[in-house]
Write a protein that binds this ligand. Sequence first.
Ligand SMILES: Cc1cc2nc3c(=O)[nH]c(=O)nc-3n(C[C@H](O)[C@H](O)[C@H](O)COP(=O)(O)OP(=O)(O)OC[C@H]3O[C@@H](n4cnc5c(N)ncnc54)[C@H](O)[C@@H]3O)c2cc1C
Length: 473
Amino acid sequence: MSERFDVVVLGAGPAGEVAVNTLLKAGKRLALVEQELIGGECTNWGCIPSKTLLRPPELKGQSGRAAGISTPQLDWPSLSAYRDYMVSSHDDSKRVVRYEERGVTVVKEPGTIVGPGRVEANGRVLEADAIVVATGADAVVPPIPGLAETGLWTNREVTALTAIPDSVVFIGGGVVSVELSQFLSRFGSHVTIVQGPPRLADREDPQIGELLGEILAEDGVELLLGKRAVGVRSENGHKIVELDTGEEARGQEIVVATGRRPRTQGIGLENVGVEPGRRGIEVDERCRAAEGVWAIGDVTGVAMFTHVGKYQGRIAAMDILGKAAKADYRAVPRVVFTDPELAAVGLSEAAAREAGLNVVTATIDLPTSIARPYTYEEQPKGVFSVIVDRDRDVLVGAWAVAPLASEWIHTAVLAIRAEIPVPVLKDTIAQFPTFSEAFGFALRSLPEEETLMANDFSAHPMLEEEPEPAEVR
Ligand SMILES: Cc1cc2nc3c(=O)[nH]c(=O)nc-3n(C[C@H](O)[C@H](O)[C@H](O)COP(=O)(O)OP(=O)(O)OC[C@H]3O[C@@H](n4cnc5c(N)ncnc54)[C@H](O)[C@@H]3O)c2cc1C
């Protein structure tokens, strides 16, 4: 016998949860199918535990650099207890109850789409007008000889660990590796990163990779860049990663951080005519994958961030509710929560040029440009860059490596998404002294002739005529 719903959501990560919550408010009857834990990777082994684990090392680093404070001590037992609290010790029973109290049918089993409008989970058949696929992504394990036999960790073991290992080798140098390396190394582990490309976070602007490398090197992380892992073996209780250069890296544990693969296999996509591409389930701007099927979050491969999955969850829910909603990915922020933070949004300079835009950029050294860095720490560092399309005179990208960058980059998110004219941004009053002042400073340091309407205040209805300067008494 089958059970009837308006919508079945497959996967209860952040994307699936937002879809459920949005549809629930609209009065829909919902089934939520989850094979592991409500909250998915982000809540249990990703964003939440990693940011919790990074906070004390960040605070220790910041305290060491600020005037008038002696460096506090890290305390692993208390942090690991707080991490356990933050992930509810991987027990989602209260969350299940909360959903059920609100009328959602939660099925804690692997689900498979068995036909249009039909999902099966351990013998239960759930029927609905709409299926939302939100199955997320798995850590990729590269086929390096010896790796599987020797044993490996992914983000799951690192974010859930109970004792800090004396040494760790990360294979891969992207965001997950950079963040977890800083955490482990500040807690006393000897960390080595083996990265094939010549820079860390190699999809970002080259300067970002260089800066992240400098930050980690100061923490004592050994960087083996431009080198590939070709074999793994065990020796005297340690794991040895063999490199293509003939060098070796040794660690108590090996952490694989070589990207994430959308979970598209074994969920019955073929039964609704969906053939996933290399990057995941292909969706249109309304997150539709096929008639009666929507896909959201990491499984779409659009940009593997919780905020993108949550955004897509809202878009899909709105579409199911018959409301006009189209996804716009021009201003997706990307953050690396190291100390200091990296935050970027929109296009890199290279991507903007590749897209054929008429680009002008300004990159500023924050300590010599604005006041906040020296009030923040004694020997501050920080860089901020803006990428402007000079034909339209709007921001198309920005990045920063600086304290709190994850917070103040949001001005650029808004500017790119809303296409706020550069003269308006230049005329905006930023609170003093803050890192937000960097926007005005960077934009004003663009060559005047490079921006079409640099000082033409009358060109923008959002601006009044420039007032006469007030008389000084
Ligand atoms: C270490 C780490 C740190 C991160 N930090 C950040 C960060 O700071 N900020 C950020 O924005 N992003 C971060 N991310 C990325 C973020 O975790 C993902 O983008 C996010 O979890 C994607 O959400 P999702 O709902 O698409 O998928 P997931 O969170 O992967 O959830 C998918 C769910 O579907 C379930 N599922 C799969 N198949 C089935 C099935 N057949 N039946 C039933 N259930 C199924 C899974 O069990 C899972 O619970 C981080 C990732 C990692 C690994």
